[in-house]
Design a protein. Structure first.
Length: 767
């Protein structure tokens, strides 16, 4: 990953949000009072089409503040959250309307609709601070010298730095000399810049001496004279496999977004033999192969399932190289990437083991089956273009639909025991229950993988949903809540009734029952009291599925990120454990599940996958006893069929996707095993002689001390009683009472049981 790619990732990360705590930001504001980033705007615009700039110029992506508001008013959400670069404007300007720059006045209110890209200390990002700040503060964590010469070198070579692979800078001491060498010690980068400048050295910004040195290097290292041979010669050599220019091609291929102009220049290159489809270095060849793949995938639905599988396996092999190539990195091989995922889907199908009962089906699904569903969903998520989406839809209907239907038939022939649908639990102090409507098992397992990367302990607990798999039936099916409910009457809504009362268990009654059983209800913006037992809710998978059908696949990643953020927030607030629970899963198929006819006159109520039949109706569909009263029969759609035409997302029936659930228990690392978790000093900021500290993970009771020698408690510069403890969020502060210590070099130490778990060198009173 280049520094440029890391910068764009950081800017786009600023748009992430917890949808249950915030509304989705409409913009990301990038303030730059000293205009330090301005020289690299051309490179940024090429790599980030969502970048807008406050400027007196009038182009499609830059203009005065009124023009930018106009652009935002007709912004296409599919382009992502817009990034607005504000040269000459600081974060401080947004503190109040008084004194706000006139040139940007129409953008002032955007702070309430968007988010800032800013340092964790609230300051504007400079190139130096971004390169040198620790990753947990949002920077790259490079070892950057602090002297003025290095700052000047960063400014002078900023474009070079952006195009540099980040891993080549990590672990090195970067001073002015090291940074300046980047501009002259990399002939391959210089050659790619020259190609990107259409073979015109003057557009590279080189001096005459630098240009002559470049020419000499090209003659020596690459066997050509730029002044005489020109751009066409360079194009021919760049696309020539197994030649002396291979290192140049591979540099471009490793990070094509760092050289966007090279990709543009290569558009005019074409094979000598226009029928040659083998050289994937030509963008035109890639585009031709993508079009061929689109037609091939679209035709799969017309083939028998076995032949469709064989054809898809062949397509995976043919397009694997393109899916890992530079044109894919530039978004020009989406179908090749989707095809690789479809291949992973087939591999997961092949790894499945035959089962004979619900328990074996569930175990195999938790091991391999969920990967089939996940790969199918991810493949479709890549296909945003209408023609691409149709091609992937056809492939899924050809090979994924038969697998879904066969698995459904197997489970329906050997369904789980009714008692296995029960969910027993008791209120537990320090544990918060996070309910996610429609957290299908594959999503839960993906969430578990994300959580474990943070270092938290995450345990999976499989179970079956109550039947039918609709929220009204399944959500309240936890003990001891279930003890307060009964199923006297099977209504159209499938809701149980309050025991001994003529009232259904609606949302309001559900919350009352939670309180009666020892849970405290928290809305999506609250963190509650960690000494109690909490219940809160997040996630919108089910809502998105019902509203958007197959396009739910596009929303999954942002929803998982929001849930992960909510878990992080709850643990930071002091909860010892978070239990992620759900009610049901769902079936999903682009183009719609196959329909089966259930005449309306035979039903009292008919949903997508379940129904209540008229008394005495003869229909021939499978039935199960209602979870809340086995004497009441619920009609289920067979296999993966649906009672409604064209339904791409639904639930209520009996399949592994709908009924098999995975719930998660998350604890801070060490909570379950007794081990301690590493502590990081996230921030330490002086306000006068008061030092405000925040550590991660949030942990109450860690003590903060300032010493001249870290391991010597007697060297503390704090007065007696000045050593303070962190609160439940990991925040705390200490005060240096003696003014004479201002400017003293000291060490901030964080102690757990008198043992140092983190430390940071600093100077009293200086940030």
């Amino acid at each position: 990953m280049t520094v440029l790619e890391s910068l764009l990732a950081a800017l786009r990360h600023a748009a992430e949000y917890n949808r249950h705590d915030q509304t989705k930001p409409s913009v990301v504001l990038w303030t730059d009072p000293e205009r330090l980033w301005e020289p690299v705007l051309p490179a940024l615009r090429k790599a980030a089409p969502e970048l807008l700039t406050l400027s007196n110029e009038a182009t499609e992506t830059e203009g005065v503040s009124t023009y930018l508001r106009y652009v935002l008013g007709k912004w296409d959400p599919e382009k992502g959250v817009p990034l607005i670069y504000l040269p000459g404007i600081s974060r401080q300007h947004f503190r109040g309307p008084a004194g706000f720059p006139e040139a940007a006045k129409h953008l002032y209110a955007l702070q309430f609709q968007g988010q800032f890209w800013e340092h964790t200390n609230g300051k504007d990002w400079t190139p130096v601070s971004f390169l040198g700040s620790a990753p947990n503060h949002g920077g790259l964590g490079l070892d950057l010298a602090k002297d003025q010469a290095t700052k000047e070198a960063v400014s002078a070579q900023l474009e070079v730095l952006l195009q540099t692979e980040q891993h080549t800078l990590t672990g090195k001491k970067l001073d002015a000399a090291a940074i300046n060498r980047l501009a002259v010690d990399d002939p391959i980068r210089q050659l790619l810049r020259w190609i990107g400048a259409s073979g015109r050295a003057k557009y590279c910004g080189w001096s005459d001496s630098e240009t002559q040195a470049f020419y000499a290097i090209c003659k020596r290292d690459f066997g050509f004279d730029p002044a005489k041979d020109g751009l066409v010669y360079a194009q021919d050599r760049l696309v020539e496999p197994d030649g002396p220019w291979d290192p140049v091609w591979y540099r471009f291929a490793e990070a094509p977004s760092a050289y966007p102009e090279v990709a543009r220049v290569m558009e005019t290159a074409q094979p000598a033999d226009l029928m040659d489809r083998s050289n994937l270095r030509f963008p035109r060849v890639n585009d031709q192969r993508e079009a061929e793949l689109r037609r091939a995938l679209a035709s799969l639905e017309t083939l028998a399932p076995t032949l469709a599988r064989e054809t898809l396996v062949k397509l995976v092999g043919e397009h694997r190289e393109r899916a890992a190539g530079p044109w894919a990195a530039l978004g020009r091989a989406r179908l090749a990437e989707a095809t690789i995922l479809l291949g992973e889907m087939l591999d997961a199908m092949d790894r499945q083991r035959p089962g004979s009962d619900a328990a074996s089906f569930a175990a195999d699904y938790q091991s391999e089956g969920w990967k089939v569903d996940a790969a199918a969903r991810r493949a479709f998520a890549l296909a945003r273009d209408k023609a691409d989406a149709e091609a992937v839809r056809s492939a899924l209907r050809a090979v994924y639909l038969p697998w879904l239907d066969a698995a459904a038939d197997s489970l329906q022939a050997a369904p789980p025991e009714r008692d296995s649908s029960s969910t027993g639990t008791t209120a537990e102090a320090g544990t918060v229950w996070l309910f996610i409507d429609g957290l299908r098992a594959d999503l839960a397992l993906e969430l578990q993988a994300r959580i474990e990367k943070t270092g938290w302990v995450c345990t999976a607990h499989p179970r079956w949903s109550a039947l039918p798999t609709v929220t009204a039936t399944a959500k309240p099916a936890w003990h001891p809540l279930a003890a307060h409910l009964e199923g006297r009457e099977l209504t159209e809504t499938f809701q149980p009734q309050l025991r001994g009362k003529d009232k259904d268990c609606d949302t309001a009654e559900f919350r009352k029952l939670l309180k009666a059983c020892g849970w405290s209800w928290m809305n999506a913006t609250e963190t509650g009291d960690p000494s109690q037992t909490g219940w809160t809710e997040a996630g919108a998978f089910d809502r998105y599925g019902h509203d958007q059908g197959a396009k739910l696949a596009w929303r999954v990643e942002e929803e998982l990120a929001g849930i992960e953020a909510r878990i992080r927030e709850l643990l930071a607030a002091g909860w010892s454990k978070v239990r992620v629970v759900t009610d049901h899963g769902w079936l999903w198929l682009p183009g719609g599940l196959p329909k089966v006819d259930f005449p309306k006159h035979l039903t009292i109520s008919k949903w997508g996958r379940c129904a209540v039949a008229q008394p005495g109706a003869q229909h021939g569909f499978p039935e199960v006893g209602w979870y809340w009263n086995n004497a009441h029969a619920v009609v289920l759609a067979p296999g993966v069929h649906c009672f409604q035409q064209g339904t791409e997302y639904t639930h209520g029936g009996l399949t592994l996707q709908e009924a098999f659930l995975v719930e998660l228990e998350i604890a801070k690392s060490g909570t379950s095993s007794g081990e301690t978790q590493p502590v990081t000093i996230e921030s330490a900021q002086w306000s006068g002689l008061r030092l405000r500290v925040r550590v991660t993970p949030g942990e109450p009771g860690l003590r903060l001390d300032l010493r001249t020698r870290a391991g010597d408690a007697a060297s503390s510069v704090l007065s007696k009683g000045g050593i303070k403890a962190t609160d439940a969020t990991g925040s705390g502060s200490v005060v240096v009472a003696d003014d004479a210590l201002d400017g003293t070099v000291a060490v901030l130490v964080v102690l757990r049981d008198d043992q140092i778990v983190a430390k940071k060198n600093l100077t009293v009173g200086e940030n």
